[in-house]
Design a protein around this ligand. Sequence first.
Ligand code: UDP
Length: 244
Amino acid sequence: MTPKFKRVTLKLSGEALQGSQGYGIDPEVLANIAGEVKALIELGVETALVIGGGNIFRGLKASAKGMDRSSADYMGMLATVMNAIAMQDALERIGVYTRVLSAIEMKEVAEPYIRRRATRHLEKGRVVIFAAGTGNPYFTTDTAAALRAMEVGSEVLLKATRVDGVYDKDPLLHDDAVRYERLSYLDVLAKGLHVMDSTAISLCKDNDLPIIVFDMLGPGSVRQVVCGEPLGTLVAPPNFERPR
Ligand code: UDP
């Protein structure tokens, strides 16, 4: 299998780490994901990860119950740091070099986010895990993923989900749901499709960053996507051809 991208950013939601337990981190799921990421490194693909925090804390949910939104969002960002450290541990246990770079400075546990340092780590074949989102409240880790992908020059943003792409309606509730093979950014925004939040989609749109939405649970799926298998749904500018 030959990789079709040299540098990618992979966005994992916090919920991807919780498995079926509904909260926190499932070590087995974490180990599986680490194995998938290792396969990319073995192919020579420079890989950056952005991990959400929804398995531990979501700012919007807490603020709906009365908490100050910014305080709640900072807690959400701290949750992503815990996930990042867990992922770093899982990767290092299987011999993959990693660095956690945090948008909120906490130098005892992670390097500060410095773009040039991040690209240097990637060039050296280390997995870079971006923690603490963008470092700003009122944003999401989807937006952080789009931002960091552009900053470090990833060719594609891989958005891992629990369904095999984007559907016109929820495939878990509707048998006749149809999967899109390709969408424009405007389609996603106008149809209100659940790909990423609108800030993240707009950022990708304005900067022509292609997104591939795919099912992370399929064994080997990340490697397949990176090697040009037409899995999932592509969201891209009209002139972008998915490499095969
Ligand atoms: N968050 C934030 N700014 C950011 C990224 C994240 O305030 O740049 C907070 C926000 O409260 C969010 C939480 O961190 O709810 C967890 O991130 P997210 O909801 O994106 O995680 P995911 O849905 O991917 O698990």
